[in-house]
Design a protein around this ligand. Structure first.
Ligand code: DQA
Length: 148
């Protein structure tokens, strides 16, 4: 089972950027912990972060037929990008959307997500644990006729 972890803009600054909102854990910490957690369950995790929307879209295209599922934190593109939604609509497998913060407690512009139109599940406000929850859920439920 191959799972893509895709993180969007500014998430390379995790641990340093607004730690009161996003926590002290770095993206490298999250990626390593998640890869280990995937391997322990017989899955393989590929991690990719970009600050460039076109690169994220190309990575999703490359995942078609190559990856079984996508865990995505689209960061600010969550609230702005129809292009990202369209790319995810062209991907056949399960998609889980993760946000470190509880976006619904924050500014009104963070309450709408284009990506949620496509995501099979959405996790928000659980901090870095949200990625682990998404991973475990995908591993346990992938392959079921109905997802989730
Ligand atoms: C975020 C929430 C977004 O609104 C914000 O633009 C981010 C991070 C989160 O993980 O909580 O960059 O996706």
């Amino acid at each position: 089972m191959n799972i893509l972890l895709l993180n969007g803009p500014n998430l390379n600054l995790l641990g340093d950027r607004e730690p009161e909102i996003y926590g002290a854990t770095t993206l490298a910490d999250i990626e390593h912990a998640l890869a280990r957690r995937a391997a322990e369950q017989g899955a393989e995790l590929t991690a990719f972060q970009t600050n460039h929307e076109g690169d994220a879209i190309e990575r999703i295209h490359a995942a078609r037929g190559a990856m079984d599922a996508i865990i995505i934190n689209p960061a600010a593109w969550t609230h702005t990008s129809v292009a990202l939604l369209d790319a995810l609509n062209a991907f056949g497998g399960p998609v889980v959307e993760v946000h470190l913060s509880n976006v619904h407690q924050r500014e009104a512009f963070r309450h709408h997500s284009y990506v949620s139109k496509r995501a099979d599940g959405v996790i928000a406000g659980l901090g870095a644990f949200g990625y682990a929850a998404a991973l475990d859920f995908i591993i346990q439920h992938l392959g079921e006729a109905r997802f989730p």
